[in-house]
Design a protein. Structure first.
Length: 254
């Protein structure tokens, strides 16, 4: 269907759906968009992998705008993740042509699904009691997710959020708010490298962005209105579904 009849309309529909989920869950959306582009719109693999990344930046920023002035962002976590994740993302992006993508996608998808299930079963872990998260924990998450994001050409929000909750023990809405900002920051180096490598189709970028920006803001507004326990339950269920969906997609031969 790539370039065929209804192609732009389909991209707009994908952008609207993924944008809303991005705002609700604090993620860039590449983990969902890439399989859709490949399976249903028949976009070439390397373009489907990297083209959603540029649209993730304005999508995440639009969602983060809904969180402004609410005191939900942990500035220290954001700064540390940017400091350690930025170089990790660049390194991962340059290694993307040399590393087996399918195996990494399966492993990361299983991790996402596992984190989602654990959040549903265990609920929100006890808070840190006011003590800031240990620097080494924040750095480890940033390096791991940043490197993986560079390899897989996504912004990392789908992993940052649940790891902020389960490892750093941040409240759900704080974790989502921080995830949006960190993912937007780390989308920049990965985007620059993949543009340099010629992996981006700008028709896809524009269509996804036009639809995703307003819908991501609406998704974030809905997240803010939900009770923390309800939001965490929805968050965990959707993460589990995304993870299983990506496992299926990765194992089907793409």
């Amino acid at each position: 269907m790539s370039g065929g009849h209804g192609y732009i309309e389909a991209l707009l529909g994908v952008g609207t759906l993924v944008g809303f989920l991005s705002g609700l869950l604090g993620k860039g959306g590449s983990a969902v968009t890439t399989p859709i582009l490949q399976v249903f719109l028949h976009v070439p693999d390397y373009l489907a992998l990297a083209s959603p990344l540029p649209s993730a930046l304005p999508t995440l920023l639009a969602a983060a705008w809904a969180y402004r002035g609410r005191g939900l962002v942990d500035d220290r976590v954001v700064r540390l993740c940017a400091l350690w994740g930025f170089p990790a993302t660049i390194a991962g992006s340059f290694l993307s042509a040399r590393v087996s993508g399918p195996a990494l996608m399966v492993m990361s998808a299983l991790l996402i699904a596992g984190l989602g299930v654990s959040l549903v079963i265990e609920g929100e872990p006890p808070q840190g009691g006011g003590a800031p998260p240990a620097t080494w924990k924040v750095a480890a998450i940033a390096i791991f997710v940043g490197g993986l994001s560079g390899l897989l050409a996504n912004s990392g929000g789908v992993l940052f959020g649940p790891l902020f909750i389960s490892v750093l023990r941040l409240p759900t809405k704080t974790a989502i708010a921080c995830s949006m900002i960190v993912a937007a920051i780390l989308a920049v180096p990965g985007l620059a490298v993949h543009v340099y490598l010629g992996h981006v189709d700008w028709t896809i970028v524009v269509a996804l962005s036009v639809a995703a920006i307003p819908s991501s803001y609406l998704g974030a507004r809905l997240a803010l209105r939900m009770r923390d326990k309800s939001l965490l339950r929805v968050y965990g269920i959707l993460l589990s579904l995304f993870g299983l969906y990506d496992v299926w997609f990765s194992l089907r031969g793409h």
